[in-house]
Design a protein around this ligand. Structure first.
Ligand SMILES: Nc1ncnc2c1ncn2[C@@H]1O[C@H](COP(=O)(O)OP(=O)(O)OP(=O)(O)O)[C@@H](O)[C@H]1O
Length: 232
């Protein structure tokens, strides 16, 4: 199976701190992959390296066989943990702005998701609740027709009652024939139903990578149980 992401001996250091320590792994195409681990374990750093927005201190990060750098932005959609929306735009203007930024942006799909997520096109971003800004960020990421979609904590700020329907919508709006998704999350039990694979990271090291089906059938475990064993 072709790998969409490959890390070879990757270390990422920030001043006074090593966020990722000499990690090597590959991830296959066409899967929904969860990235789990405690606070500060290196999940966001790993996603930033794949997006090309950050560079490794040493080692090589490849996406689709090419070294990751800023120019792969055309092949990767990245939902950042930070709020990167312009407050003075309306929801619709935000969508149009992104359609102008990215050639692969599917505006019709964005409008369909807007209806599904029950967002008002004319509402200003500055007046959206945190949860609705989160929904808008999901729409922007999933409307890109790119091989790799990275989502850093896409469920943060969403109320538990709507999380479930949004998690399911992630699946229906993805094209798993041509897309791979890597999402970091602390909502492990909630996303478990849609995950194919899981990567457990701790203290800047990959502790384990496994198929969720395998965790259930071979180990008879839920993802939470597996995490407790893996991350001790
Ligand atoms: N810009 C930065 N400058 C200095 N240190 C940083 C920076 N970004 C991250 N770090 C450090 O790198 C380590 C990994 O951080 P990272 O944000 O990747 O973890 P995380 O697993 O995403 O955490 P969380 O679950 O809390 O979002 C942490 O110790 C963090 O303090």
């Amino acid at each position: 199976m072709n790998s969409i992401v490959a890390f070879s001996n990757v270390t990422k250091k920030y001043p006074g701190r090593t966020a990722l320590n000499n990690i090597s792994f590959t991830l296959p195409q066409g899967k929904v992959i969860g990235l789990v681990g405690p606070n500060g374990s290196g999940k966001s750093t790993l996603l930033k390296l794949i997006s090309g927005l950050a560079r490794p201190s040493s080692g090589l990060v490849e996406v689709n066989g090419k070294a990751a750098h800023r120019r792969i932005a055309g092949e990767v959609a990245y939902l950042s943990e930070l709020d990167v929306l312009y407050p003075f735009f309306t929801v619709l203007e935000t969508i149009r702005f992104n359609a102008g930024l990215f050639k692969d942006f599917d505006q019709a799909k964005a409008m369909e998701m807007l209806t599904f997520m029950q967002l008002e096109p004319d509402q200003k971003v500055r007046s959206l609740s945190k949860g609705n800004r989160g929904r808008l960020k999901i729409i922007l990421a999933l409307s890109r027709q790119v091989p790799l979609v990275l989502m850093d904590e896409p469920l943060s700020g969403l109320d538990p009652l709507v999380r479930d329907s949004i998690i399911r919508s992630l699946i229906s709006f993805l094209d798993l024939e041509s897309q791979t998704v890597i999402m970091s999350t602390h909502e492990v039990a909630e996303v478990e139903p849609i995950l194919d694979m899981v990567v457990a990271i701790q203290k800047g090291q990959i502790r384990n990578i496994d198929e969720v089906e395998n965790i259930r059938s071979q180990h008879g475990q839920s993802l939470i149980q597996w995490m407790k064993e893996t991350l001790t």
